[in-house]
Design a protein around this ligand. Structure first.
Ligand SMILES: [Zn+2]
Length: 286
């Protein structure tokens, strides 16, 4: 019987497979973030408020350029889905795909969250990651991925035939609508592919399928960001909880997440300025 997905291999199949992989975007020309500067500012930082994200809900927060925000696990293992926008222009939003291309499938200390075209500049830089010890496990899994999208009611409907309203996509939509004072239909187009905070994910070696496994996050763990520009953020406490079994349902045990805001120590960022938007002239060869 003919296998249409796996046609017969040519004679030189192994030779074609054996060519050396090349890193798509070598990072030797990517400017390093000034982590020592950021860490000095963080060491002297002072609390500046924050929000608690209830389970199966989302909340918005605003962070001025030069300040920090810290996403903290409280109560129990919980995954968060993060969206970021420029506070002054919502069309400048986090670009998960290009962040993945530049830094890899999962992000940690020193990696940056990049904004969409035509801006393409760092929106935030990770300055501390208490799960940085995890690395890549025997299943190929790691934490804080930029490979997933966000759980959403459309895919849930497609695969289960049922409507579920507490998916991260809907949670983010409701939170953004409330923040902007607009209808959900006006907020929804701004919701975008997320950073999966604390989520442990990978792709199976055999089939290349996206997998998740119970997050190693425990109460007290935190991921801390430096805001490179004025930010509006939204964080959803995923209905999947630790994402060890299923999402898009009320089955998993869920916990809140805290977002702490921190103002930099006085004078610690002297001379620092937010990054400029891409200098590409946008002529596209015309
Ligand atoms: Zn989710």
């Amino acid at each position: 019987m003919t296998d249409t997905r796996h046609p017969e291999a040519p004679e030189d199949a192994e030779a074609r497979r054996a060519v050396r992989p090349v890193i798509c975007y070598p990072d030797d020309t990517l400017p390093d973030p000034p982590l020592a500067l950021y860490r000095a500012a963080l060491a002297a930082a002072v609390p500046a408020g924050g929000v608690t994200v209830p389970p199966r809900e989302a909340a918005c927060f605003r962070v001025p350029a030069g300040a920090f925000f810290r996403i903290r696990s409280v109560g129990g293992p919980q995954v968060g889905d993060l969206n970021l926008w420029s506070a002054e222009d919502l069309s400048e939003r986090f670009y998960s795909g290009k962040t993945r291309a530049l830094h890899g499938t999962h992000v940690s200390t020193g990696d940056r969250l990049w904004s969409a075209f035509p801006h393409l500049r760092p929106m935030a830089t990770i300055v501390e990651d208490s799960l940085g010890w995890y690395g890549i496990d025997a299943d190929g899994g790691s934490v804080h991925d930029v490979i997933g999208t966000r759980c959403d009611p459309y895919t849930a409907r497609l695969l289960s035939g049922h409507d579920y309203h507490q998916c991260c996509h809907s949670n983010l939509t409701r939170a953004l609508a409330a923040e902007l004072g607009v209808a959900p239909e006006a907020a929804e187009p701004h919701v975008h592919d997320v950073l999966n905070v604390f989520m442990c994910t990978g792709f199976t070696r055999e089939t290349g399928q996206y997998f998740m496994k119970a997050s190693p996050v425990r109460p007290g763990d935190a991921l801390t960001f430096f805001a490179e520009i004025d930010l509006l953020g939204a964080l959803s406490a995923c209905p999947g909880g630790d994402c060890g079994s299923e999402h898009s349902s009320d089955t998993a045990r869920c916990f809140p997440l805290e977002v702490e805001l921190l103002a930099p120590g006085a004078g610690t960022l002297a001379g620092w300025v937010p990054p400029a938007r891409s200098a590409y002239d946008r002529s596209h060869g015309l």
